[in-house]
Design a binder for this molecule. Structure first.
Ligand code: ASP
Ligand code: MG
Length: 421
């Protein structure tokens, strides 16, 4: 059976992490692995800044570009003693290509298309280094370009996978894979039917792993993380966290929906359809047991989970003619949200108004008001936080909301949501 592993940016952020990854892979030599990796460390963010600098002809372009080169070359210097190792020539040709892509936007019809063409280089750089190191460290891995397998539409930056074509392509790998014969590839990136590079959305490498696993009928997917598994809260925000040992697919989807960032939301569905378990394991303590997302829902409600979304805005919309917030008004307003692709995080109606909590986006807010202001008064409150507690019955309100001004509260049987200042 094939196992699919995904190593994210934090797990390949420096030479030691890559060595650690290689030693983890040594423990799976009797398996057939597909290993999906992200860009190294914070490379994707750096590429985003580089793209802006390139397009606005900002003087810090060169500074940032050198930062990108130094970061990757430094990692290589700590991995390979021999500076004549072919990976260096490879990298320099990738840097040259990237520079051209960044500085010449003429071939792209939109910013988003140029974005995908540029940002995808993070994964191309990381796999080229990791491929070199894995063979240096005596592994048997074949590097494939994910774009030859992940076929998408042209919704740049948020491309949709064409499952029929993608599974045909990925299926062709089945005969090739076998015990000790492994594949290394990039997460996050794909290619459209028209041969343009696309990306699957930020943090999309988990989804790539799920796509490969689904098409290959893999026995499991493991996401290697810097935390001991799935936690019930973000350890950066909460002093005490508890590990979720087993949760069901629907519960994982709910947690991702409310903003738990540990698994990319699109990842679960393809795995659920094929009943492929998803494991989350620590690359720092690989011997600890994984958290598992699978069919069993028995333990879903045992531990409350806390999910925080910052940078929220609470928009309150009322008809100017004091008519009721009826289904026609709702239909009209939600239509505008849909048209502008503004995500609705929480929604509450009263007789005369509708309150919607969404992620703050200044441009979209202006457009929203423009479209609604003739018929509706639109007021909003910025700099808010949305806290969602799943299975709140067993939970105490956490300290973070103590003495906070709560602007909206909503409860279902399982979920409590609070919007506060
Ligand atoms: N490198 C991409 C990102 O940072 C994809 C990923 O890491 O999953 O968003
Ligand atoms: Mg990531």
């Amino acid at each position: 059976m094939i196992k699919v592993f995904k190593f994210g940016g934090a797990s390949v952020k420096d030479a030691d992490s890559i060595k650690n990854m290689s030693s983890i892979l040594k423990q799976y030599q009797n398996e057939s692995l597909v290993v999906v990796v992200s860009a190294m460390g914070k490379t994707t963010n750096l590429l985003e800044s580089l793209l802006v600098a390139a397009r606005q002809e900002m003087h810090d372009f060169e500074v940032l570009f050198n930062q990108l080169i130094d970061f990757h070359i430094n990692i290589c210097n700590n991995l390979f003693e021999n500076r004549a190792y072919p990976v260096y020539t490879n990298l320099h040709s990738i840097f040259d290509q990237l520079r051209n892509v960044l500085l010449d936007s003429s071939g792209y019809n939109s910013f988003d298309e140029h974005y995908d063409a540029s940002i995808s280089y993070g994964e191309l750089l990381s796999t080229s280094i990791i491929d070199a190191y894995l063979s240096f460290d005596q592994h048997n891995f074949f590097l494939i370009d994910a774009r030859d397998y992940i076929v998408t539409d042209e919704t740049f930056r948020q491309a949709n996978v064409d499952w029929d074509y993608t599974s045909l392509k990925i299926n062709s790998l089945k005969n090739f894979l076998g015990v000790g014969v492994n594949i290394l590839t990039q997460g996050f990136i794909g290619r459209s039917h028209e041969s343009r590079t696309t990306t699957l959305g930020r943090e999309g490498s988990d989804y790539t792993a799920a796509v490969f696993a689904s098409c290959l009928d893999a026995s499991e997917v493991t996401i290697w993380k810097d935390v001991p598994g799935l936690l019930n809260a973000d350890p950066k925000r909460f002093a005490e966290t508890t590990k979720l040992n087993v949760i069901s697919y629907p519960e994982a989807i709910e947690l991702a929906y409310y903003g738990a960032t540990i698994i990319h939301p699109k990842t679960i569905k393809p795995l659920q359809n094929k009943r492929i378990p998803l494991k989350v394991k620590s690359f720092l303590q690989p011997d600890l047991p994984a958290s598992v997302v699978c069919e069993s829902a028995e333990t879903d409600s045992l531990i409350p989970s806390y999910i925080i979304k910052d940078q929220q805005v609470l928009i309150s919309i009322s008809p100017r003619d004091f008519s009721f917030m009826d289904e026609m008004n709702l239909y009209r307003i939600i239509g505008v949200f849909a048209e502008l692709k503004i995500p609705i995080n929480v929604m509450q109606t009263s007789a005369l108004s509708l309150s919607i909590c969404t992620d703050f986006n200044a441009d979209k807010l202006v457009l929203l008001i423009e479209k609604l202001h003739l018929e509706f008064t639109v007021r909003y409150n910025e700099h808010l936080t949305l806290l969602t507690i799943r299975h709140y019955h067993t939970a105490n309100l956490p300290e973070i909301v103590e003495h906070k001004d709560i602007l909206l509260e909503q409860r279902s049987r399982v979920t409590l949501q609070l919007v506060y200042k």
